[in-house]
Design a protein around this ligand. Sequence first.
Ligand code: AMP
Ligand code: ZN
Length: 458
Amino acid sequence: MAIRLHDSLTRSLQELRRPDPTDPRDVFTFYNCGPTVYGPAHIGNFRTFVVNDVLRRLLELEYGPGKVKHVRNLTDVDDRTIGQAKKDQRSLAEITRKWTDLFHADCAALNCLPPHVEPTATGHIREQVDMIEVLMEKGNAYRAPDGSVYFKIASFPEYGALSRIKERELKVTNSAFDADHKDDIGDFALWKAYKPEEDGDVQWPGPRTAAAGRPGWHIECSAMIKRHLGETIDLHTGGVDLLFPHHENEIAQSQCCNGTIFARHWYHSEHLLVDGTTMSKSKGNYYTLGDLVQKDFDPLVVRLALLQGHPRKQQNFTLDSLHSADKALTTIHSYWQSLPLKADRATAFDAVFSALHDDLNFPAALGAFFTVINRGPSGVAKSDCEKVLFALGLGREPAKRPDRRIPDAITAFAEKRWAAKLAKDFATADALRKEIAAAGWSMLDRKDGYSLEPLKKA
Ligand code: AMP
Ligand code: ZN
């Protein structure tokens, strides 16, 4: 069953290329822009990485083992990483190592498969410099008076095809940064000359004729793609905010340098929102995975919650959505455990896969999955269900939750309140309930007793 994905360049649903199964060198090449490692990734970032992880899993299921090569980079040098190192009075390498380690731990907890190659920008300075030199030789780039190098967008008539950005918008978007030294306001930095007051000890020898300094952000992906996947790749992905200018600039750099088409297919997933605005580090309105684990949610529950919206639609994040994902995950795992090893209805989950293959329609896929679950285990084989769990990355039992011990003071309040209630002293009972709630607990009354639960914070 072919996989079809919306292509951002043609604005249409396109079938992905199927590599030749008889040619071992023919693999599907897939690049996903990775995180900037200067702080914790938030669950908005992880929405993008989880969507890409499901895509990677589907490609592997469809094309077979060894037929997909997935590369995702780490941006470990840019304004933000350098700024953070300065702020923390640490070296750039120390800062990026620390946040890379946390990113890896979060990815593992969320069941995201590691990419086959995870290149870093600082590990590919030579490749970036080489590309910039080619662009300068071909007349697509020029040296500015301070020794920086800019890409000349006027040299690439197709510039703007991906984002269809009008010239006016381009000016507004780009005018905010490095307008000095450029021939045209839309031109972007390939190489940034060293500035001692900003860059500390971060610098490398530059392209011929340029000053020492560091690469601009966009060139790293073009260089790492060329090095690890070749001049033309099958699929390039990222969150919608990367469409412009990042991906537009990648196309310009790669196509001018290599003289060939850069990516056959572009796919962009939409953002996770909080209270109607994009979750972002700069806005400070974000949750990390650690925040949610602290609230006692299993990382797989977070993963399932992130799979609940259509990836090409914005999704609003709420703690309530985690509570329902928690219930849904328990249902899925107990259904899976109830299944017989062998059965005759191998097609039970076909509708799940058709929905996934149809532009990653997660809501339809989960709907179809629950239709099968609600019909009961009869005739469905465990291994078929496991294939669905593999595709969605939900294939392990949630980690055992740490017990939330009830503090003695809360138990004492609860006992008093229960006694007051039995004595029909409702005023005292109500006052005590409020005390208990203020301490973060909720008392649930039954006919013959009560239980205490941590309050769900809204
Ligand atoms: P960054 O670390 O800022 O380079 O972002 C890493 C990835 O997360 C990129 O693909 C972004 O497009 C994506 N991203 C950033 N914010 C969000 C969000 N609120 N929801 C979904 N993806 C996001
Ligand atoms: Zn990129």
